[in-house]
Write a protein of this length. Structure first.
Length: 75
């Protein structure tokens, strides 16, 4: 027998359903929702970080005589 025939035979043998497929996959939904919620909270915790350190950035710029970071240009 070739591979395709074996796959068709295996699919035919596994067509019997033993319950509701939705209920069987429901735990995966809750796990995924929990993971995405945690990742969302982590991303939300980094919100407004630049504004929290604005005073430090301005003090450093005034001390070093830079108006901005310059991004490596103008050497």
């Amino acid at each position: 027998m070739n591979l395709v025939a074996q796959l068709v035979q295996a699919a035919a043998e596994n067509t019997e359903q033993n319950g509701n497929v939705t209920l069987e996959t429901l735990p995966f939904f809750f796990i995924a929702a929990g993971v995405f919620t945690l990742l969302g909270l982590v991303a939300l915790s980094y919100r407004n970080v630049a504004n929290r350190h604005a005073a430090k950035a301005e003090a450093w710029a005034a001390e070093h005589g830079h108006e901005g970071h310059g991004a490596g240009h103008g050497h």
